[in-house]
Write a protein that binds this ligand. Sequence first.
Ligand code: SAM
Length: 289
Amino acid sequence: MTITIGALVSDLKSQFEAAGLTEPSLDARRLVCLLLDVSLTDLVLHADRILAEEDVELVRSAATRRCRREPVHRIVSRRSFFSLELVLSPETLEPRSDTETLVSAALPIARAAVSENGTCSIVDLGTGSGAICLALLAEVDGATGFGTDISKEALDTARKNAERNDLAGRFSTSCGSWFEAVDGTFDVIVSNPPYIPTADIEALEPEVRDFDPLAALDGGLDGLDAYRAIAAGADEHLALGGHIIVETGYDQHEAVIGLFQGLGFDCISRIQDLGGNDRVLIFTRKRVS
Ligand SMILES: C[S@@+](CC[C@H](N)C(=O)[O-])C[C@H]1O[C@@H](n2cnc3c(N)ncnc32)[C@H](O)[C@@H]1O
């Protein structure tokens, strides 16, 4: 039986409503557009286009996955982040829009380092898909990036993303736990570490709990394990005049500031995401007066 692209989107919307998804219409349009490589404008202008049978099959089997709560970008294995198109793998977190707040906060710092010194070395601890580091490299010519992760498979994906975005010449990786994977000092240390308290993971939305890797979510008993490790190693790996920029959970600013202050750092900026939630902190070494 033939079907138009517009009718298929309507079918999916009804299917997603019945499955209890919160954004059935948006998900239906996004899934069809991404799978069939069609723009939203074309979807509206050519809603009466008849689809090939194999395209219908492809979309219908993806829709079944979405009804089981697999996120749209997981299904298509890619998403855009800042100016980049990134591929995802089962071992990488799907980068979030909130994390673009960290990139925006780091950009002026990296640009200033390049204009002062001709270069800026960046380490991204827990790089996952490479999202933060690669977004910075794409915007700041002259910067170099080093991505670390506990997951070898995530680093394979990060390197793939560097190649796809023509950034491989300025990006390298190392596998290991936080600063154990790092030698030397950096002008900018960035990290979006796992920060969800272990006991809270069970109650997360299935899209997150069942499809993002546990290592990307689980921040230990109080959610702060990674910040403790990063704060403890930062002094050894931060260049003179350098900055540490971390993403946090919405209710973690005070606790994370306390951890870094106790280890010789000043918080020079607290930044909220577009939703108005506490999201990013910037630290420098304490000034000696
Ligand atoms: C919240 S995800 C962030 C991924 C990516 N930076 C982003 O913002 O989309 C945290 C990342 O930290 C990594 N990770 C977890 N434990 C780690 C550890 N002990 N050392 C280094 N990386 C770790 C995870 O594998 C995951 O890729």
